[in-house]
Design a protein around this ligand. Structure first.
Ligand SMILES: [Zn+2]
Length: 300
């Protein structure tokens, strides 16, 4: 039997519409709750992530403080970036926001309200796996306004000694990351990920935070990583990993890429570009986001 011409016409019309369509903004299909302890504070915290309206973006709300101050997850809110990214508005702060933000941005959630009853997001298992699973379960729904799309005309880069971050003009979004450690278990690792070649949930979300065994006591003495343990961070010593197995052979560099996506999400919309980072830090990631934000402001 020949194809039904009416159905063929319909398929053609749908294909034409899809080819023309600009991606819509997205939010969550439902709210969800996660609880855990903060990496640095070691304190328990509960987080409620709720759908938000078109154009609202991603923002944190400190529901434990008087008047429940809102802290937009934007580059303008970045405070200190020592071992995690902190956002603040006035006296209100939220710390270690990068894994949750990475999961939201990496899975295409543009608008979300994140209510927290403490100052640091929970570390959970040290990755974004539980965030990604909760987002998938809540559902991701299209909204009635287009997402802002922007791209780069010129490369932009920031260097600090032999570490750097760069954004290069490219036809599609891609992130490439390199790290290099003296410890043989980590050594030199590179990873490149594009959302068009594999999902955030499968390729990036489950890569865990890692730390070096010989730095743990120093960091603890400085009041940092009070909530860190062998359950929520990979720890590496000169003889190898203290708590194997790894989820990926190059899990550490995939985690750095996860952090980079989270820090760049503070732009609201990450521009279409190839992001390239080597031995970088939250500080360099944030500097790149700040420079890109200024570039966007100037060019509009
Ligand atoms: Zn991280």
């Amino acid at each position: 039997m020949e194809g039904n011409p009416r159905i063929e016409n319909l398929e053609l019309r749908i294909q034409t519409l899809e080819a023309r369509s600009i991606p819509a903004q997205h939010t969550l299909g439902a709210a969800f709750v996660q609880s855990g302890i903060g990496l640095h504070t070691g304190l328990p915290v509960q987080v409620r992530v709720l759908p938000a309206s078109v154009g609202e973006g991603r923002s944190f709300v400190r529901v434990d403080l008087p008047d429940a101050p809102e802290i937009p997850a934007r580059i303008e809110s970045v405070g200190q970036t020592l071992l995690s990214t902190e956002l603040r508005v006035g006296e209100a702060r939220v710390r270690t926001v990068e894994h949750l933000l990475s999961a939201l941005a990496g899975m295409g959630v543009d608008n979300a309200r994140i209510e927290m009853d403490g100052s640091e997001a929970p570390l959970l298992d040290g990755s974004a796996r539980e965030w990604a699973a909760a987002i998938a379960q809540a559902g991701i729904i299209a909204q009635s306004a287009p997402r802002l799309i922007w791209s780069l005309q010129e490369p932009i880069w920031i260097r600090e000694n032999d570490a750097f971050v760069a954004a290069l003009p490219a036809p599609e979004l891609r992130f490439t990351y390199g790290i290099d450690f003296d410890l043989p278990a980590i050594a030199n690792q590179w990873h490149s990920w594009s959302p068009s070649s594999g999902t955030f949930a499968e390729e990036i979300a489950s890569a865990r935070t890692f730390g070096l065994a010989d730095q743990i006591e120093t960091l603890r003495a400085q009041g940092l990583i009070q909530g860190g343990s062998l359950e929520n961070a990979l720890v590496c010593g000169s003889d190898g990993w203290l708590n194997p197995p790894l989820r990926f052979a190059n899990e550490p560099v995939r985690h750095k890429l996860l952090d980079l996506v989270g820090d760049l999400s503070l732009l609201g919309e990450i521009p279409t570009a190839h992001f390239l980072a080597y031995k970088a830090s939250h500080n360099l990631h944030s500097q790149l986001a700040r420079s890109l934000n200024e570039l966007r402001t100037v060019s509009h």
